[in-house]
Design a protein around this ligand. Structure first.
Ligand code: MN
Length: 247
């Protein structure tokens, strides 16, 4: 069996983020890389700023994995920018939205994590809640980019692909996000929520396999088979997609 390759758009790191480097860089946090490798996939970092060039990378891979990161530019979903919006990188937004749209059009498997579920939603015309702490009565969803680790439960819809893959009705999830999905994008279906009703997972009603989660499965995947199963499923789907793809 050939090893499925997974395109992974990288973060752009500003100068000063890596000690002893004179400039910035591009990076993928190792949790995602190690989870993909355990699944038997080869993750390939995409370090493009040109959306067309990034989409061409999809010709050579079996799947797409979208990672966490800073907030999307609210202008992309027609909203004024909230003061707590941070880390906007318009190049990264454009690259990831183009790759997501292209992958869905092709029926290519997509696993979207944290910022990734937000990219997926905005790419399909949805909107975001820009700052969850503005809303009263929510469970703790953590702080993006670190802070104290927060875990909360999510309830999984029984008929969903998420339920089939994880075998779970309730998942314990590592959470660090301050935004969440608001109006859903085209053909997205909610497949998990936290106890406060925040959308924690969606799937796309298309021919392809598209699973998106608001939490961080890579944080616990080494020790929690239910979290690792998301990466295993992506690898399996990517293998099947690559075998079916016309040459
Ligand atoms: Mn959460």
């Amino acid at each position: 069996m050939t090893t499925p390759s997974i395109a992974v758009p990288a973060y752009r790191l500003p100068a000063g983020r890596v000690a002893h480097w004179t400039g910035g860089g591009f990076a993928v946090p190792e949790g995602y890389v190690l989870a993909a490798r355990r699944a038997g996939a080869t993750p390939l970092a995409v370090m493009e700023s040109d959306p067309d060039a990034a989409v061409r990378v999809l010709d050579a891979v079996g799947g797409l994995m979208l990672l966490g990161g800073g907030d999307l530019d609210p202008a992309l979903y027609g909203a004024e920018r909230h003061r707590e919006v941070y880390g906007v990188d318009r190049d990264r937004d454009a690259v990831e939205i183009a790759m997501t749209t292209a992958a869905i059009e092709r029926g290519m498997p997509v696993l979207a994590i944290c910022r990734g579920i937000q990219v997926l939603n905005v790419a399909l015309g949805g909107t975001l809640i820009q700052h969850l702490p503005d809303l009263p009565g929510l469970v703790q969803h953590g702080v993006p980019g670190g802070g104290a680790p927060v875990a909360h439960q999510v309830k999984v819809s029984p008929e969903s692909e998420l339920a089939r893959v994880t075998g779970a009705e309730v998942l314990a999830c590592s959470s660090h996000h301050h935004q969440a999905l608001d109006r859903l994008g085209d053909r997205l279906v909610v497949t998990a929520r936290s106890d406060d009703g925040v959308v924690e997972a969606v799937e796309h009603e298309g021919p392809g396999w598209t699973v998106a989660v608001q939490w961080h499965p890579e944080d616990a995947a080494a020790d929690d088979p239910a979290q690792q199963s998301l990466f295993d499923a992506l690898a399996e789907q990517a293998h099947g997609y690559a075998a079916r793809r016309p040459v």
